[in-house]
Design a protein around this ligand. Structure first.
Ligand code: ADP
Length: 635
């Protein structure tokens, strides 16, 4: 009964069990052990424990001494096959946890050996898998922290439940925790709503629309906003539920600044390109206009005999040469300013005398009988340390502009002194400057009136001179009331004796062009000349003396005239006030498709020609034009 019970127990043990006799020979093995080793009881009966190569020599010694041993083995069946028993298990390796004990009788005499073993292969493999995974995680962690370091990245987690942000250090351990509110407080107000929406989606919809955003975040120390790029994704808890958002943050402030600078540079380059084109177009026009008069009147000069007429032509050539010279001077000055070298040579000047001389010379320039030039000279002597050339340049520019933009009234030039400063000014009762245009006055190439002679450079050069001399320049102006331009120079001034203010001359000589004066010898052809510039009209008038000419000074006037009078031919300037020549031509073409219209313009670019022909002109001539060309086109 006892034996039966014992046999039942041994067969149902969850362990392999082998019993050896005192010498180590196998006596019994339960089915689990037999299955484990792939043998039958007969095959292993008599096999000796001390021949088993899977038990170490050390353990064998212990067993012989009656000591129990336990060990774990990578049990190699091939070894056993060769040395101990036949086994059906080939090329198999199992992990066994083995214990061999030495049961003794009551006198302590060994009764044999009892081996129990458990197959722990599955556990072992799992353990090894876990160890490998752990190694991989460590390696990934190291790589990640290296990447964070190298990329200057910071890792954040937002925890939905606690509404807290956790920052990780380069060992991926939490090093900072912030409340949602404190994070929101530091985000730029314009970026805040987008970020709140992102957290809302993660919290309530458990989804994210994007995976990247840029936020401006206030830096605590500098109190400046820096730009950060955030790449993010949802984070799961152990149960696979969305528990928060993972963020990788990168400081992109320098990139953004670089980008902004690039855009600025690009805009500047485009602006410069535009300016260059404007400059070329303006220059071409501004050079050709006086050149037209110079070339034309020079030709006529050789053909006429009348002394008065000759003098008139000479005067016109001189005036236009001066305009041309001033323009070239301005361009040279501009190139010096561009190169940053406005040279200033100060010397002692008597302003009382110099201004008187300038006044005399400016007087000659006023040709409009409706305008008077006044000079306020409060001192008989006024010695100041100034650059004479630059002083004259600024004064001349102010007065020239005042003459250009004052159709009626007076122009007043004058100066005032204090012991360490001199202020000179030019006032006029001219057209003034509209408020919205005031900020453009000292900018390069800014002409507020496209039809006035000038390159738009004069005042910007004056400003550069004022800056180079450490002086100040400015103006007051009211549209349709007049303007006052002034310059203040800082220098020691020695002035004496206040004089009575001299009232200015008026009724200055003017050059009036009576367009009907030379309309004698009319031929049958009726010609309309649309031309706003007096010199250029006079030139055409003198070349085509024998024809009957009518003048229009704006495009609109030209259209009206063609509509209401009979003309055989039209010379059409392109740049004219109120309505330009292109629009005037298109308008004329609406009711008169046959009248020959010849564009006669200082705009000499190919696109100008194309535009003129497209508007309906039959022919295109660029100024300066010669008598031969004009006669040829008429015939
Ligand atoms: P420009 O050589 O074309 O005269 P400036 O630089 O001297 O160029 O002047 C720039 C613009 O300022 C002019 O085109 C004109 O529109 C305006 N301006 C200058 N002076 C006066 C003035 N006294 N009255 C009205 N407008 C003026």
């Amino acid at each position: 009964m006892q034996n039966k019970l014992l046999s039942l127990i041994t067969e149902h043990l969850p362990l392999g069990l082998i019993m050896y006799d005192k010498d180590g020979g196998v006596e019994y093995a339960n089915n689990i052990a037999l299955g484990m080793f792939g043998v039958t009881l007969n095959e292993i009966k008599g096999a000796n424990i001390f021949d088993d190569p899977n038990i170490s020599d050390e353990d064998k010694v212990k067993l012989k001494k009656g000591l129990s041993v336990s060990f774990e083995t990578d049990y190699d069946f091939n070894l056993c096959r060769e040395n101990v028993v036949k086994t059906t298990k080939i090329n198999d390796k199992r992990y066994l946890s083995t214990k061999v004990s030495v049961p003794c009788d009551e006198n302590g005499v060994s009764q044999g050996f009892l081996l129990t073993c458990e197959d722990i292969t599955e556990n072992k493999l799992r353990e090894r898998e876990i160890a490998n995974s752990y190694k991989k995680i460590r390696a990934t962690q190291r790589e990640l922290s290296l990447a964070l370091n190298v990329g200057n990245l910071t890792s954040w987690n937002y925890d939905i439940k606690s509404k807290m942000f956790y920052r990780f250090d380069d060992k991926l351990e939490i090093c900072e925790s912030l409340t949602l509110q404190s994070v929101l407080d530091r985000i730029h107000k314009d970026d805040r709503d987008g970020f709140i929406a992102l957290l809302y989606d993660a919290t309530y919809k458990k989804e994210l629309i994007n995976n990247e955003t840029v936020l401006r975040i206030l830096e605590r120390k500098s109190k400046q906003y820096r730009y950060y790029n955030f790449v993010y994704s949802l984070k799961d808890d152990n149960n696979g539920e969305v528990s928060g958002v993972m963020f990788i943050q990168r400081d992109i402030t320098e990139d953004v600044k670089y980008q902004q600078n690039l855009i600025l540079a690009k805009n500047k380059a485009e602006e410069a390109d535009k300016l260059k084109s404007t400059f070329l177009a303006t220059m071409s026009h501004e050079i050709r206009t006086p050149l037209n008069a110079i070339v034309g009147f020079s030709q006529l000069l050789s053909e006429i005999t009348d002394v008065e007429e000759k003098n008139e032509y000479r005067q016109l050539i001189e005036t236009n040469s001066e305009i041309l010279l001033k323009l070239i001077g301005d361009i040279l000055d501009l190139s010096k300013i561009e190169a940053g070298s406005v040279d200033i040579n100060r010397q002692e000047l008597d302003l009382a005398q110099l201004c008187q001389e300038l006044y005399q010379s400016f007087k000659q320039r006023i040709q409009n009988p409706d305008v008077t030039l006044r000079f306020i000279n409060p001192y008989s002597k006024c010695i100041a340390n100034l650059d004479k050339h630059r002083f004259i340049q600024i004064f001349t520019n102010f007065v020239t502009n005042a003459i250009k933009y004052t159709p009626k009234g007076y122009i007043e030039m004058g100066y005032e002194c204090k012991p360490n400063q001199i202020r000179f000014y030019v006032k006029d009762t001219g057209i003034g400057i509209a408020n919205e245009k005031k900020s453009l006055i000292f900018s390069r190439f800014e002409k507020l009136d496209d039809f006035a002679q000038g390159s738009g450079l004069g005042l910007s050069i004056c400003k550069a001179i004022a800056d180079a001399t450490g002086g100040k320049i400015g103006f007051h102006s009211e549209a349709n009331q007049g303007s006052e331009f002034w310059y203040v120079g800082y220098t020691n001034v020695d002035f004496v004796e206040k004089l009575e203010i001299s009232e200015a001359d008026n009724n200055l000589e003017s050059v009036g062009f009576d367009e009907n004066a030379s309309c004698k010898n009319k031929k049958e052809l009726e010609i309309l000349v649309a031309e706003d510039n007096d010199s250029n009209f006079l030139l055409i008038k003198n070349i085509l003396k024998e024809y009957h000419l009518t003048r229009a000074v704006t495009g609109l006037e030209a259209v009206e005239k063609v509509k209401t009078q009979h003309f055989d031919f039209v010379f059409m300037d392109i740049k004219m006030p109120i309505m330009n020549g292109l629009d005037a031509t298109s308008n004329i073409r609406k009711f008169n498709s046959t009248i020959p219209i010849v564009a006669l313009t200082a705009n000499a670019f190919n696109e100008d020609k194309e535009a003129a022909l497209a508007a309906g002109c039959n022919y295109f001539m660029t100024k300066p034009v010669t008598k031969r060309e004009l006669i040829a086109v008429l015939s």
